[in-house]
Write a protein that binds this ligand. Structure first.
Ligand code: NAD
Length: 361
């Protein structure tokens, strides 16, 4: 579908829904043992980051005899060395599958094990990253993040339990939600978007944006947490079925090359890329304007994030100005990639300079 086709009454698209079963609701984690039995999994390795050890232990307890052990060393951007250690543990314990309890880092590790040695897994997301809805995997080695697409890395099932997100700190929640919103934004102007994807994107953004102020005010608000996680599922679903553009390329490069925090990087960069693409993608962004109740989404998103205490610039995240040129070159080295308008090296440098300084869009 070309960019002009969105204006026509008759449209065409290709859509492949993920084959993943989804359970949603407060307390749905309790269904994990039954789910494992239904999937025929008997020796599950529970994966988590070091910060989610207690939750991983809860999942292990719930699984009882179906739990083969725990591996709690998941790290952001899936370092190859961590994936190799997890594979060795899985082999040692004769695991026949995994349960990934945590944010995108843990899901990313489960994806590495789904690729090699091919272990099926259940995802229990505790952030809004949305990785569990996508066939995209990533591995990092020597400052370079390699990503690929393979349906084999999709989980067999996802349990979305909003109660598990009550502990996600307000600041992390805001950044994670902006990460989810970035998926919806780039899905709207993706070359393989569709009216159905636009529907998911609009409701996903609307729910996240409505829930965020409540979450910042009261992180334990279960209704707002439910809305936000549901919105994150919708935004992750958009990500899983479309091709991402400049924004995701930029953020992956910044994460891989400089180890910047993933969700916070998305939060800072999104308004700048959106401003860059806004004119070229104007018609496609109507659902976003409705969801944000604005005529100019870049400013609305930047103000929302700042009002809720998000970091303001790449400098705030620890990026040195000296790295701007190198990162810009790494981004361009990946071209051609999808984007509503052409992207030059100077364009990327300019975007990075503005995001580094944290200037208003
Ligand atoms: P994360 O998984 O690293 O979580 C961030 C921190 O928050 C961790 O320390 C974690 O332990 C903690 N945490 C998570 N849930 C919590 C909770 N409920 N309460 C308290 N603390 C909690 O970060 P993320 O932002 O969820 O995911 C980022 C990673 O996911 C990156 O590596 C990114 O590349 C990847 N990702 C991949 C895709 C994909 O489609 N492949 C999509 C989105 C993100």
């Amino acid at each position: 579908m070309g960019p002009d086709d969105a204006r026509r009454d008759v449209f065409a698209f290709d859509y492949q829904p993920p084959p993943t079963r989804v359970g949603f609701g407060a307390g749905v984690l309790d269904t994990l043992p039954r789910l494992a039995a239904e999937l025929g999994l008997r020796r599950l390795l529970v994966l988590s980051t070091p910060g989610r050890v207690a939750l991983a232990a809860t999942a292990a307890d719930l699984l009882g005899a179906r739990c083969a052990g725990q591996f709690t060393e998941a790290r952001m951007h899936v370092p190859v060395a961590v994936a190799d250690r997890a594979r060795a543990v899985a082999r040692e314990l004769a695991a026949d599958g995994c349960v990934a309890v945590g944010g995108g880092s843990t899901t990313g590790l489960a994806k590495a094990l789904a690729l090699d040695p091919g272990l099926p897994y259940v995802a229990v997301p505790t952030s809004y990253a949305g990785s569990e809805m996508t066939p995209v995997w990533g591995l990092t080695e020597g400052g370079r993040k390699t990503t690929g697409k393979n349906p084999a890395v999709l989980p067999r099932a996802v349990l979305y339990d909003p109660d598990l997100t009550l502990t996600l700190p307000a600041r992390t929640s805001v950044a994670s939600a902006m990460n989810a919103i970035a998926h919806a934004v780039e899905a709207l102007y993706a070359p393989d978007t569709s009216p159905y994807v636009a529907l998911l994107a609009e409701d996903g953004v609307r729910r996240l944006v409505a829930a965020l102020p409540e979450i910042v005010r009261a992180p334990g608000d279960r209704v707002a947490r439910g809305d936000a996680l549901y919105g994150a599922w919708l935004c992750g679903s958009c990500l899983g079925v479309t091709t991402m553009s400049l924004h995701h390329k930029l953020c992956h490069t910044l994460g891989g090359a400089l180890d910047l925090p993933h969700a916070e990087t998305h939060t800072v960069v999104l308004p700048y890329v959106l401003a860059f693409n806004e004119e070229a993608a104007r018609d496609r962004l109507e659902p976003l304007k409705r969801a944000l109740n604005t005529w100019y989404p870049p400013t609305a998103l930047q103000e929302l994030a700042r009002d809720l205490g998000a970091p303001r610039s790449l400098a705030d995240l620890g990026m040195a100005a000296d790295d701007i040129d190198r990162v810009a070159e790494l981004v361009l080295a990946q071209s051609p990639f999808a984007n509503p308008r052409p992207v030059s090296l100077d364009d990327v440098r300019g975007l990075l300079r503005a995001a580094h300084a944290g200037s208003d869009v």
